[in-house]
Write a protein that binds this ligand. Structure first.
Ligand SMILES: [Fe+2]
Ligand SMILES: [Fe+2]
Length: 425
């Protein structure tokens, strides 16, 4: 009996024990599952934290870098501003040397450089820095303005000699490299402006295969803006040739704008005259003088009353005499400027005729200055076209041929009829 009781008791104990063990095992199993999940979560969290830390470190580095960049930029821009204030006191020609030295001092990659300006039809080097043979000699080259590369904003140009290949004769590119003292791998270039007009550029050159840093590009952008402002002020202050020409050009444009029949006349005459001049192989300097002479040929018209210049019916004898005075009045307007001597002559004699029947002096043949003989053909062509006296370019050329030897120099007519058919304005 006792044995049976003992056995039941033993079984009960075993069942309890097994149950406890099972519960313990199940509990542990669940717990370990939870732990494993928690552990995985922890690993994931840890990874995320590592990523966050790394991102944070990168951000700190970026902030440090940009603040360093800002510091460098700020330092350079203040250096530029101080430099500008210093060089603005210098004469017009020394101003360009100062400008170039300043640019080179803030772009460490550049070892040479130049500043070029467009003067009428010419491209002039105003400042050169380099280690080659006599860099200053570039200033005396006769370069055409259309050879100059025109850039709207800061630009890095690879191998300028190569990119100039189709524009600039090779001997000039070679001379430039010789003057700066080596092959120009790349250049950082900025446009120089007078008001809104492109008037030249500043090139800084790398003479080894080195890239320009972002900081150099940004600094040069600021430099270009400031250089243009200071250059504009400098030119207005000193009234050099170009300012005089541009001021006079404004007067011509203003006069032409008032009268729809003359709008664009001087620009057209200048374009056609230059085409004849190029056909005659005139030098770049002569082409420049011819261009400005043609621009100003009718400047004396500003003194003629509007009732006469705008009159649609034929002029009376007295009115015609008044009209003729635009020649020597034009000469008087331009005469005070030494660099416009040729233009003053053309203003006076562009209505002279080859047979001596013109005005105001009645001179004839080769006594009429060359530029006046050229401008008079261009003037006639543009005038009869805009006044509707001919129905086509062929007609206009026919009329010019009819006047060869009487109104016009036959040699100039020969050149003109070759280039005028291409005039599409
Ligand atoms: Fe005229
Ligand atoms: Fe004219």
């Amino acid at each position: 009996m006792i044995d049976n009781v003992m056995l039941d008791y033993l079984i009960a104990v075993i069942v309890v024990l097994v149950t406890v063990i099972l519960v313990f095992l199940i509990f542990n199993f669940v717990k370990s599952k939870q732990l494993s999940k928690t552990f995985q979560d922890l690993i994931a969290e840890n990874e995320k934290l590592k990523r966050d830390i790394s991102e944070f470190q990168t951000k700190i580095k970026d902030i440090k870098d940009s603040s360093r960049d800002f510091e460098i930029k700020f330092e350079k821009v203040s250096k530029i501003i101080q430099g500008f204030l210093r060089i603005s006191q210098k004469s017009y020609s020394e101003f360009f040397d100062g400008l170039l030295d300043l640019a080179l001092s803030v772009v460490p990659e550049a070892k040479s450089g130049s500043i070029s300006i467009i003067d009428g039809r010419e491209w002039k080097f105003m400042a050169i820095r380099g280690n080659g043979k006599n860099p200053e000699k570039l200033k005396s080259l006769n370069l055409k303005s259309e050879w100059m590369i025109s850039i709207p904003k800061v630009t890095v140009i690879e191998d300028i000699a190569k990119s100039n290949e189709k524009r600039v004769p090779k001997e000039y590119s070679d001379m430039i490299e010789e003057a700066v003292g080596g092959h120009i791998y790349r250049s950082i270039a900025i446009p120089l402006k007078f008001g809104n007009d492109f008037i030249g550029n500043c090139f800084l050159d790398a003479l080894s295969d080195i890239e320009f840093s972002e900081s150099s590009k940004i600094v040069m952008e600021e430099f270009g803006i400031l250089a243009s402002i200071f250059l504009t002020l400098k030119r207005l202050e000193t009234l050099p040739h170009l300012s005089i020409n541009n001021t006079l050009r404004v007067i011509v444009n203003f006069y032409e704008m008032k009268n729809s029949s003359t709008r664009g006349h001087s620009e057209n005459v200048a374009y056609l005259s230059v085409k004849i001049g190029e056909k005659m192989n005139l030098s770049p300097k002569q082409i420049g003088d011819l261009y400005w002479s043609a621009i100003f040929h009718d400047i004396g018209l500003i003194s003629i009353p509007d009732e006469i210049t705008r009159k649609e019916s034929a002029l009376t004898k007295e009115e015609l005499e008044i009209m003729k005075t635009h020649t020597f009045i034009g000469e008087k307007i331009i005469d005070p400027y030494d660099h416009l001597k040729e233009a003053a002559i053309v203003a006076r004699s562009h209505h002279e005729c080859f047979d001596g029947s013109g005005y105001p002096d009645g001179i004839k043949g080769l006594d009429i200055p060359l530029f006046s003989r050229i401008v008079s053909v261009a003037d006639f062509f543009d005038t009869i076209k805009r006044e509707g006296k001919v129905s086509s370019t062929d007609d206009a050329i026919k009329k010019i041929k009819e006047r060869s030897g009487t109104y016009f120099d036959p040699d100039i007519v020969k050149m003109a009829i070759e280039v005028f058919p291409y005039f599409k304005r």
